[in-house]
Unconditional design. Structure first.
Length: 335
């Protein structure tokens, strides 16, 4: 399969190449695409050198699938050009997620919504992806009424400039700031810009995307999203109220049997999920499972995953794998 990676030089793009390689996605030819300043440079994939090209040149080469991680405005402008040429686009940005004509997909949750007619498929926000992978099996079993989530998000979610800011501050080196405040030895209760209701865009993504992916608008979600000075992955404290009674050991079993979930919950041996352990892994790790003793049918848990892998690159590649397995790539002409 000919695969274009648009935004191949960024943090997520680089991870995308790593994941395509590791998962042995059947790439017969790679077409790396990046902004003007990188065109002509070479990147290595599976021991072969590939020249970075422009989006126009990539379309001319007729890839089967294009995986975008180049930001919202690039996606808005370029994804339709690929789709109009009959190329299936899997887009990592927020540009198409809430468009009612586009599918928003986490394969463990709702891959079955995909058809050959879907030419632009949206990959959800990282903090949403890891949460819904754990919520879905619980929703199927106990029906979720309400979710209260607080996040502890890695600087890698912002990109390479934020990683540089953290390490420059740690090493006492001057440099550009992407956050409005110092991030090292600090916690910033703001991710992305504020919206009119006082929530940030990241918080609204978690609220709205969760309902769309789970296919259930009745699930109430409220979120507080926070940047912390870590690498490795995002962590989430999640309080879940169910419509039905649950048994804690059965919850452990339901999660342990759920696709993509690993339960790490052994407090006697101080075992719980942490970003350092989740780093460079594809799974969603769940632990600190305990009853909320203040109200009925309510569970507290702690969810950790590598935001660049399951939160971005791995999820996008899993969508491509699903499409390929069902023969849904290159089956129909553009929408
Ligand atoms: C963060 N979740 O950690 C963001 C990054 O909508 O895909 C991903 C933004 C997005 O800052």
């Amino acid at each position: 399969m000919k695969v274009a990676v648009v935004g191949a030089t960024g943090l997520v793009g680089t991870k995308m190449l790593q994941v395509l390689d590791e998962r042995n996605f059947p790439v017969t030819e790679l077409i790396p695409v990046a902004s003007a300043k990188s065109i002509g440079k070479e990147i290595t994939f599976k021991g072969k050198q590939y020249k970075i090209v422009s989006a126009e040149d990539a379309i001319k080469q007729k890839p089967d699938v294009a995986i975008f991680s180049a930001g919202g405005s690039t996606s808005l402008e370029q994804a339709p050009l690929f789709a109009d040429a009959g190329i299936t686009v899997i887009d990592n940005s927020s540009a198409w997620r809430m468009d009612p004509t586009k599918k928003l997909v986490v394969p463990e949750v709702n891959a079955d919504v995909l058809t050959a007619e879907d030419k632009i498929i949206a990959n959800p926000n990282c903090s949403t992806i890891q949460m819904v992978v754990a919520l879905k099996p619980l929703h199927d079993r106990y029906k979720i009424k309400r979710v209260v989530v607080s996040t502890y998000q890695s600087v890698t979610g912002t990109g390479v400039k934020a990683v540089d800011q953290l390490f420059n501050e740690r090493n006492g080196v001057d440099g550009p700031k992407v956050y409005p405040y110092t991030i090292d030895l600090n916690v910033i209760p703001q991710i992305d810009v504020f919206t009119e209701n006082g929530y940030t865009k990241e918080e609204m993504k978690m609220i709205l995307e969760t309902k769309k992916i789970m296919g259930d608008d009745s699930i109430a979600v409220t979120a507080t999203t926070v940047r912390i000075p870590v690498m490795g992955g995002h962590s989430e404290s999640v309080n879940i109220e169910f419509a039905h009674e649950y048994d804690l050991s059965e919850v452990r079993e339901v999660l342990a049997n759920a696709p993509g979930v690993v339960v790490v919950d052994d407090i006697a041996n101080l075992k719980y999920p942490m970003p350092l352990d989740a780093h460079d892994k594809d799974e969603v790790f769940v632990g600190r499972l305990r009853r909320d003793e203040t109200q009925p049918n309510t569970l507290n848990c702690w969810i950790v995953s590598d935001n660049l892998r399951k939160g971005a690159a791995t999820n996008a590649v899993q969508i491509a794998e699903y499409l390929a397995s069902k023969n849904l790539i290159g089956q129909s002409v553009a929408v």
